[in-house]
Design a protein around this ligand. Sequence first.
Ligand code: ZN
Length: 406
Amino acid sequence: MISLLAAALVLGSSSSTPESRVDRVVDAAWAASDQIAQVKDDPTATAEKKHQAELQDDREIGKKAAAEVDKSEKPSDDKVSTERVQRIGKVLATLANQLHTIASYGDGRLNTFDYQFKLIKGKDVNAFSLPGGYIYVYDGLVSYIESDDELAGILAHEISHAKFRHIATITHQQANLDKIALPLVLLSILTGGAAAIMPALTTRGLLQTAEGSGWSVQAETAADFGGLQILEKSQWNATGLLTTMERLATDERFNPLIKDLGIFRTHPPSRERAEALIQRMGEANIPIQRSKVTTSFRATALPQPDGTIELKFGKAHLVSFAGVGADARAQTAADRLNEFFDSSPGIFQVSSSADGWVYGRSRPLIKVTPDDAIAAKTTLTSLQGAAVANIKRSLYTLGYKTWEGQ
Ligand SMILES: [Zn+2]
């Protein structure tokens, strides 16, 4: 898909007979942006009047672009997920329309829109936002996220792009460029593909301008912080925004099946972005609780057919409990491990003692018993050793897949 879109731009996005979705969206958006409300040039108009006219511009550009997207993208067949996206989106949109959020980049006024959320067909792990609050999510993204909190993180990020009027801001800053500026920005957002548009940019001699302006990094960071401010006031755990970014970053590096990570590709989920988010969360006293918003970074106690209770971290086996009270012991261990793992500890902070206890930061995590050893057909010492090794391995994985404590 990416290369096709890149080709479309190379061939000319202002073609009079647009053939691709991007061509049509770009043309429609550009036509709409030409109809700049006269009121903005009227020196007697009040600031509020000008503001409203600008918002109206965004709405019109977004409406036309959305109409084009709707022609080529099919609504998802998944009614339950569609309802889920719209339900969470609606709550966040209401908050966004009430909150004076701080924009580190873009238009920081209280810009209100009638946000619309559409789930569209496709395996892409992707979402994008058009001016005026038209937000699109692909099926693939809903399959990818591990909780409502992660979905809320994505939606709050996309809402912030619209709320901060990033496209209008970028277009305004690049007003001295030719018509390519807005299409370029729109294309980046639609494809999420900075890499994909590089050849087109080079062809047009715009690569330097696009890179030099740094708008994309600033817009992404601002949308992260804007999202965080909305999430903070919501019922969802703001950690979801961080974990989605962390998981996508790892998967993009190592999972060849995920190639189209448009959502963050404009500026990939970088260590800097995650670190900035972690720092912001710390300043705002928002706890980082990965275990609460993911299944990948969560310890769970799972009853097995043979009566034992298996303790896992994500999909990795840690230890199995057996005998009297196995269930309760496993649950307590899972709770303690989650608290421990959420504090981003180092591997050296796991220790053990001769009586079967395993400690994290010198606090008890797990106690393996003779019953557990018998069920595992091993000795207490070796079972304890295996549990320690498994916990350390999971910690290593966690450290590797996140950006803390590295
Ligand atoms: Zn973004």
